[in-house]
Design a protein around this ligand. Structure first.
Ligand code: XIL
Length: 362
């Protein structure tokens, strides 16, 4: 079965190969060889034993045929952008609705893609019955245990990576004041990993956060957490670097070196939500800087021995969380609104083409 899929994938030519570059990006564009240009990202990444993924907007997947075609052909893993979040899968207490997430998992299986499960424990996108409910600590702990256990069990065997705990830290490296920390104390983190592992021992379990791509108080704290948890035998397998950058802040330095620190702990790493936004309107120079931003994230991953996946948080400017979240910002993705490749897409192609890492982890 696996072999068949590989053969099928090898025959695929990028649906984007024939499209003109959205905006001239001479540096990035020229680097990609002609051969590289007509191979989809997933194939180029396979040469590096790396999965290249995208977050998927399941409404777009259902309604937009070009979106669906590109999601299936360019990527070798998918992450549900929203449909595995608590408010979606348990809108009313005890009533699970996994329908949308199940549909995406089936799509992934049909396309030979892995699924990154996102997300089990987070402070955001929680249902109101939970945030507004008046629960004792014991009740809340039991609610969390059940959510983690039931959800991981529901998808057992079909999820490659789970983002078990998301965004637990503040920028200064202290723990975020969330419902979980307030009510359950810092032990909720270890508990969540243990419950998830018990429910699906083969899924790789990740801690995931943003602004930890470079060294600083926040990434130091995550490094410390992961080191401590593993020393205590807590089943943490990996760290996800979300990779939400904004070019107006300048591109971060020391990203590759920071990935290496985590690599040295023996955990897997992944870029889980890459997008590089800008203050609108976009122009050629901003798009070139954006391409560098994507490239530096991918390079850091390629240089880390245990970096196993590189996921973009959506692949087209047509559907992006950025304009809704960051006022006046946008154009954060690798394809424009009409699915034409931007310099960022060419930069990823170029970085993947012709590389081969000496060793990798499974
Ligand atoms: C975002 C989605 O993209 C939006 O559609 C939603 O309205 C809010 O959440 N970090 C995460 C993701 O871990 O789950 C977030 O996704 C983006 C930031």
């Amino acid at each position: 079965m696996k072999v068949l899929r590989l053969v099928t994938a090898a025959a695929v030519t990028s649906t984007l190969a024939l499209l003109p570059l959205a905006t001239a990006g001479p540096a990035a564009g020229a680097e990609a060889s002609a051969a590289a240009r007509d191979r989809p990202l997933r194939q180029l990444a396979a040469d590096d034993r790396l999965r290249v993924g995208t977050a998927v907007d399941t409404t777009a997947l259902a309604e937009d045929a070009p979106y669906r075609r590109i999601a299936g052909s360019e990527f070798s893993s998918v992450t549900p952008e929203n449909v595995m979040k608590w408010e979606v899968i348990e809108p009313r207490r005890g009533e699970y609705d996994y329908a949308e997430a199940d549909r995406l998992v089936r799509f992934a299986e049909r396309h030979g893609q892995k699924v990154r499960g996102h997300v089990l424990v987070w402070h955001s996108q929680l249902p109101s019955w939970l945030t507004e409910g008046d629960f004792t600590k014991e009740e809340l702990r039991e609610i969390l245990r059940r959510h983690v256990t039931d959800t991981v069990r529901h998808f057992k065997g079909r999820i490659w990576h789970w983002d078990v705990v998301n965004e637990a830290f503040n920028e200064d490296g202290t723990l975020r004041d969330s419902i979980w920390l307030r009510e359950l104390g810092p032990g909720y983190i270890a508990d969540a990993f243990r419950w998830a592992h018990e429910a699906d021992p083969r899924a790789k379990l990740f801690y995931n956060d943003y602004n930890i791509e470079w060294a600083g108080p926040k990434s130091d704290a995550v490094l410390d957490l992961v080191r401590t948890l593993r020393a205590e035998g807590v089943p943490v397998d990996g760290v996800g670097f979300q990779g939400h950058l904004g070019i107006q802040y300048g591109l971060p330095g020391g990203v590759a070196a920071n990935f290496q620190r985590f690599d040295a702990l023996g955990v897997q790493t992944a870029v889980t939500e890459a997008d590089v936004r800008m203050v609108m309107p976009a122009d050629d120079e901003k798009l070139r800087t954006q391409a560098e931003g994507y490239r530096l994230l991918l390079d850091a991953c390629l240089r880390a021995r245990h970096c196993v996946s590189f996921t973009v948080w959506g692949f087209t400017d047509k559907y992006s969380w950025v304009p809704d979240t960051f006022e006046g910002e946008g154009a954060a993705n690798i394809l424009d609104e009409t699915y034409r490749p931007k310099p960022a897409y060419r930069a990823l192609q170029a970085a993947l083409a012709g590389r081969a890492r000496p060793t990798t982890s499974g």
